[in-house]
Design a binder for this molecule. Structure first.
Ligand SMILES: Cc1cc2nc3c(=O)[nH]c(=O)nc-3n(C[C@H](O)[C@H](O)[C@H](O)COP(=O)(O)OP(=O)(O)OC[C@H]3O[C@@H](n4cnc5c(N)ncnc54)[C@H](O)[C@@H]3O)c2cc1C
Length: 375
């Protein structure tokens, strides 16, 4: 058997499983990808919106970056406004040492469809309604039960990739730990069409005496409001003109990750391996990065290096997002003083500016060795 004959099974066709399948097929493999759902995430019920520079770089060789750029909305600045209505932090992507001076906004459901379209063009299609329901608990020689439209089958792949999200059956079946903590706060989210003009090139985060509210432009007059208050309607600015509510949802956050992302021939990627808060738009992007690194390492015959290469980035993003979330939820008087009187000055200093923008662009992780820095 040559390396490319390897029989690879991917559990989960979210953005991460699809990216893994696409990158493997681009490198000459023919992976099998299954998902228990009947279709992609509905575009109007998308969790992830922000596609960062790193993801655009990684998806350039497959052509998906161009597809995303063709339909995405560009966010050029992040503005943070304090309780008194004063802008206290302004981060402008124009100042980033990046491939694109913006964060691209594309609903996760669209990103999934674009990845799957490129995958289909390479002859691989998602097998929907097909759930991994059991496993043999032998990570060196994994065997899993798949229940699909034609009944049950047992599959023994050479490599098994669990990209099956935060509740990962793969992770549970093959003995990976998943340690960390959950936060009690429940967040509210609403995607709405506004009936008023606003600056669609800025994400605005506004603190108020009784909470905080983020507004992310999604293109046209559609925006996402997000707040650490479960009833988002109570957090909306007074007098805001909402024409239509497209989607409302609530979510909780936790910070957890596996100790190793590989056990024998079983690999975990994306939310199956790590979860954290959506602050900074990192989750899907980090998972797509896992997928691309794993495909490269499999091609190189060095898949055993996967966990050691990915865990430093995972740990960094979890620490950063936890710190940023704590600032949002638990800022004390001293931190508020720093934010209001020093943050904007600090962020203009080159090292702070670079650090903030490299996090927002996702370019704070190791450069992919198979791509030139300016690919
Ligand atoms: C409010 C919110 C906003 C967010 N915004 C951003 C953002 O702007 N940018 C960003 O990068 N991230 C963001 N995220 C995080 C992002 O949504 C996740 O990191 C991303 O969905 C992870 O993708 P995944 O493919 O790993 O998992 P998922 O998207 O959860 O996909 C897992 C797939 O596996 C399938 N599956 C599960 N179990 C099985 C099984 N046993 N058998 C077969 N199939 C199975 C599921 O049906 C699903 O399709 C946000 C999250 C939230 C909650």
């Amino acid at each position: 058997m040559t390396q490319r004959d390897a029989n690879i099974l991917i559990i989960g066709a979210g953005p991460v499983g699809l990216a893994a399948a696409l990158e493997l097929s681009r490198r000459g493999f023919q992976p099998r990808i299954v998902d228990k759902d009947e279709d992609f995430t509905p575009a109007e019920q998308s969790r992830a919106l922000g596609v960062n520079n790193r993801t655009l770089q990684l998806l350039t060789p497959s052509g998906v970056a161009d597809d995303l750029l063709a339909e995405g909305h560009m966010v050029k600045r992040l503005r943070i406004v304090n309780e008194k209505g004063r802008a206290v932090i302004l981060s402008d992507f124009q100042n980033a040492d990046a491939f694109h001076p913006f964060m691209l906004i594309v609903p996760q459901g669209r990103t999934e469809r674009l990845l799957a379209q490129a995958l289909k063009a390479r002859g691989v299609e998602v097998e929907w309604n097909t759930e991994m329901t059991g496993a043999n608990d032998d990570p060196k020689n994994p065997a899993v039960t798949l229940a699909g439209p034609k009944g049950e089958e047992t599959v023994s792949p050479d490599m098994l990739i669990g990209a099956d999200g935060p509740g990962s059956a793969t992770r549970k079946a093959f003995g990976f730990s998943f340690e960390g903590e959950g936060y009690p706060a429940e967040f509210g989210l609403a995607d709405v069409e506004l009936d008023e003009d606003f600056d669609a090139s800025e994400v605005v985060f506004r603190f108020s005496a009784d909470g905080a509210l983020g507004r992310i432009p999604m293109g046209g007059r559609t925006v996402r409001y997000v707040s650490p208050r479960p009833d988002i309607s109570k957090a909306l600015p007074p007098g805001v003109k909402v024409k239509a509510v497209i989607w409302r949802s609530n979510f909780r956050i936790s910070f957890r990750h596996v100790r190793t992302m590989r056990n024998g021939a079983v690999f975990l990627a994306g939310d199956a391996a790590h979860v954290h808060s959506p602050v900074g738009a990192r989750g899907m992007n980090l998972g797509i990065e896992d997928a691309c690194w794993l495909a490269w390492l499999i091609e190189q015959g060095r898949a055993e290096r996967y966990s050691a290469l990915r865990l430093p980035s995972v740990n960094k993003v979890i620490a950063q997002t936890k710190h940023q979330t704590d600032i949002l939820l638990r800022m004390n008087m001293f931190e508020r003083f720093i934010r209001d009187h020093m943050a904007n000055a600090l962020i203009k200093l080159a090292p702070f500016k670079r650090a903030a923008l490299s996090r927002l662009t996702g370019l704070d992780s190791k450069d992919p060795p198979w791509l030139a820095r300016n690919a």
